[in-house]
Structure formats: C-alpha cells, structure tokens
Ligand binder design. Structure first.
Ligand code: HEM
Length: 470
C-alpha cells in the first residue's frame, strides 16, 4: 500500500508556553516534530518506513528527518519523540498506553501484556517478572548450557546460516525454561506453528484466504492448541502433586489466585501471555547473538578480548562441566560487546504508545488519541550522547554510570521495561562462551547490510564457515 506522507508540526500549547518558544525546527534536541499521521491499520507500513529511515546515517539529524518526513493524513496522527528526556517522558507517563498493530493483537491474543493497562498490567507483569528475575533464573543456567551444547553439537558444522539457527536455539531455550516443554514432537509442532505465524504479525489485518494475516491466524490457532494442551497437562500434574508451583512459568501462573488472592490469571491471560513470551523472547535474542557473531568475525581486536575472557573461564572448568551463574558474572567484556551491538542494532528499534488525554511535552501539545513513537536507534546513535556513534566500542559500557539515564533504551524503560533482559543476557553469554572457545568462524557473504522485518536480519541469514578448534 502506498503511504502518502507530508510534514506537520506539533501545535504549541499556548497555556504552557505563554511567551512562545523557538520554532521546533531550530531545536537541536530533543526533536518533537517529525510527525507521521497514519491510519491505525497501516502502522505496519509506517514501521517499515521508519525502519528504512533509521538505517539512513542522516536520520538523527532533525532537519533531514523533516526533509524525509511525509505524513499520511487519514486516521490517527503520530509524533516521533526522541532523546533521553523524551524517552523518560514516554516511558514513565501514565498518559500513554502501548499501541500494537491490530494484526498482532489478533494473532497473539487480546489479553497479552502489551494490551493491558493499570492493575491488569501489574498483575500479569508481576507473574512474568517473578519468573524472569535473576534469583529464579540463576537456577536455570545449567539448563541453558545443556540446550546450547546440544544445539552446537547437532548444527554447528561446515557452512551454516546463523540467523535461522539462532532462532531455533532461542525458541528451544524458551520452550525448556518458560513452558517446561522438552524436545519432542510437541515442541516441533509448536516451532512449526510459530515459524508460520510470524510473517503475518505486522501484516495488514485482512482476513482473506490469500493474505499473510490469514495464514498467520491459522498458524496461531495451531500454536494455541498445542499450548492449551500443555496447560491442561500441567494443571492435572499440579492437582496430583506431580509437579511444583515453581517448575516453570505455566505452573507458576496456574498456581496464582485462590481465595483472597487478587493475583489470579484467567486461562485466556495465561495462554495469550505464553504466546507473547514465545515471540518476544526468541527472535530478539536471536538477533543479538547473530549480530554479535557477525561483528566479531570482522573485528580482531574485540574478538580477541572476548575469546581471552571466555578461555579464562573455560580453564577453570572440568571437561563437560556446565557454566554457572557466577561464571556468567565474570563475562564482563563479552556483555559490554553485546550491549554495544544492542546500541548500534537494537532488535526492537522503537514502539508506539497512544495518548489517553491531551498532554504537553516541552511546551508542545500532544492531543488525546495521537500516537507517539519512541525510537531507540536515534537516541543510541546520537553523537552528543555516544561519542563517535558509528564506532563499535564496548568500553562505553564498562562504567554504567557514564551512560546517562534513558539513553541506552534497547530494553525500553520504566514500568514496561523488558522483563526478559536477564534472560537474554544469560542465553547470549552461554552461547558466546561456547562459540568463542570451540569455534573459528568466517563470514561467507560479501554483503554486510541488514533489513528489518521489523527485527533486524543480516543478508542471507548470515552464512558462515565454521571450524572446530583443536
Ligand atoms: C535481546 C533481547 C531483547 C530485547 C532487545 C528486548 C527488548 C524489549 C523492549 C524494547 C521492550 C519494551 C517495549 C515497549 O516499551 O514498547 C520489551 C518488552 C517486553 N519484553 Fe523484551 N526484549 C528482549 C528479550 C526478551 C525476552 C528473552 C523475554 C522473555 C523471555 C522478553 C519479554 C518481554 C515482555 C513480556 C515485554 C513486555 C513488558 C511490559 O509490557 O510490561 N523480552 N522488550
């Protein structure tokens, strides 16, 4: 669909700004005036448009943004806000609620956490966050270690495409850890359903037999059927005392509630949020690991630092001994390198919120009903915050205090900040440990670009030639 775009300037709030202010176009930062207006049903196309802008080196220059900026004027209006202050404003203000494309809601389910606000959001978030907090996750390092080693032994040989393999790996880890579903036919059926489901998540929500959205809806029904079966089995096991509350996220969510316990989740909420976690928790981490492998292949200095750190940890382990939580905490350089990848190529480059009421920002009025888009890439590539932003420099993250608040927002911020960040850290570090200590790898693709769908994906899925170290 063709998106017609024009430029538009936010209306200044005269009450908040009686003396008037500079024209927004002259303000270097933050810029609150690159504006899209779009019908809700074509958020997808706007995201794709935004993605293409974001890959332009000039994008963080406001005047160029406006030059590129065009606006479609049928349906909801939207404003792009960027910079640490704007991020803070969006993340912490109760005047905004998340706004997902209709296609995504249809496929994932209307009670998924991104659709919930207020007490409902807190109730579901508490359940997810309980399971994803370090105190609980640290008991699962051994399980991730097992999944990673099994994956490498089976798949890492010869010439392979990294991205599809990483998607399978991260999906398997989520299956084991979050829903307690071990390898086997059910897991395979679920993976197949999710693979078929994802392409329509951002498609135009037109439910006709030949559309992407239709195919995704059908795949979503298959995935839900498998998950509903798993939930039923877990429920029976809990009743018979054959598993404990803390076995996995499903048993935990099923155990909440009861008399006087307001934390109860409905079955619809359990199912919809499992669907969301499977999506939110796998392709994002897969992109991070893939781009790390891509970058380190061509950066001998940082590769040597990562390999040295990992070899030092490997020296302290007996053959076949699994990594532990304390090993992960020693992988400081490796995690700094991962953060630098997240800064330069964030798996989620931004998201929409909707204004529930008229709200002012820096003297500008954002009217009720408008969409607001925050974009991590723009802030994270701003030379005023990250000097020489195109340079890959993990040392920026050595001292967390030197990164200003709300400047590194690859995991979002505020009450909706990603609760899976520790989970992502664990799987990335475990995988990089074994890649760095056991393999030499060489990129086999001349093309160094990537596209977004909307997650970043390297050209041809990143083909590499792998060689086992002696
Ligand atoms: C490198 C990996 C990941 C990245 C970069 C990432 C990024 C993000 C971002 C930016 C948000 C906030 C979106 C917004 O405010 O609009 C978010 C939310 C969320 N993420 Fe992640 N994520 C990652 C991995 C994970 C994992 C592994 C899980 C679960 C196992 C997860 C579960 C969630 C959930 C449930 C939310 C919604 C939170 C809420 O609305 O309260 N994410 N993620």
């Amino acid at each position: 669909m063709d998106i017609r775009i024009q430029s538009q300037i936010l209306q200044k709030s005269s009450a908040a700004n009686p003396g008037g202010r500079r024209s927004p176009i002259n303000e270097p930062y933050p810029f609150s005036y690159g504006i899209f207006a779009l019908p809700e049903r074509i958020i997808t196309q706007v995201i794709q448009q935004a993605a293409s802008w974001l890959t332009r080196p000039s994008f963080h220059r406001p005047e160029l943004l406006l030059a590129h900026s065009k606006l479609s004027l049928f349906g909801s209006r939207a404003v792009l806000l960027t910079g640490p202050a704007a991020n803070k404003f969006i993340f912490f203000s109760e005047a905004f609620v998340p706004q997902q494309p209709k296609s995504m809601t249809g496929i994932i389910g209307r009670r998924n956490i991104l659709e919930l606000v207020g007490d409902d959001h807190r109730r579901v978030r508490d359940a997810l966050a309980h399971f994803l907090k370090p105190e609980v996750l640290k008991q699962s390092v051994g399980m991730i270690d097992r999944e990673v080693r099994h994956h490498l032994e089976r798949n890492w040989i010869g010439r392979r495409s990294v991205m599809p393999l990483m998607k399978t790996l991260t999906f398997d880890i989520v299956c084991s850890l979050i829903i307690g579903l071990e390898k086997g036919s059910l897991r395979e059926a679920l993976e197949e359903a999710f693979t078929d489901m994802l392409p329509g998540m951002w498609a135009v929500p037109l439910n006709l037999p030949f559309t992407k959205f239709h195919r995704s809806l059908r795949a979503s029904r298959r995935a839900r059927k498998v998950l509903a079966g798993v939930i039923e089995t877990k429920k029976a096991m809990l009743k018979q005392g054959r598993c404990s509350r803390d076995e996995d996220l499903i048993t935990y969510m099923l155990s909440l509630g009861g008399e006087d316990d307001a934390r109860e989740l409905t079955e619809e909420e359990i199912l919809d949020n499992l669907m969301l976690i499977m999506v939110a928790g796998s392709d994002t981490s897969a992109a991070l690991i893939t781009f790390m492998i891509r970058h380190l292949a061509d950066d001998p200095v940082n590769r040597a630092i990562v390999i040295h750190e990992q070899q030092e940890i490997a020296k302290g382990k007996a053959s076949g001994e699994a990594l532990t939580w304390s090993d992960l905490n020693k992988m400081k350089h490796t995690w700094c390198a991962a953060m630098e990848i997240l800064r330069m190529i964030p798996p989620i480059f931004g998201n929409f919120r909707r204004a529930l009421k008229d709200i002012e920002y820096e003297g500008y009025l954002i009217p009720k009903g408008w969409l607001v888009f925050w974009a991590s890439s723009i802030t994270q590539m701003d030379e005023h915050i990250f000097e020489d932003p195109n340079k890959f420099d993990p040392t920026r993250f050595e001292k967390q205090s030197s990164v200003p608040p709300c400047s590194f927002v690859a995991f979002g911020g505020g009450p909706r900040m990603c609760p899976g960040n520790e989970f992502a850290r664990m799987e990335t570090l475990v995988m990089m440990h074994y890649v760095a200590t056991r393999f030499n790898w060489r990129l086999c693709c001349e093309e160094n670009g990537f596209s977004r769908d909307p997650n970043p994906s390297p050209a041809q899925g990143l083909p590499v030639e792998l060689e086992l170290k002696d």
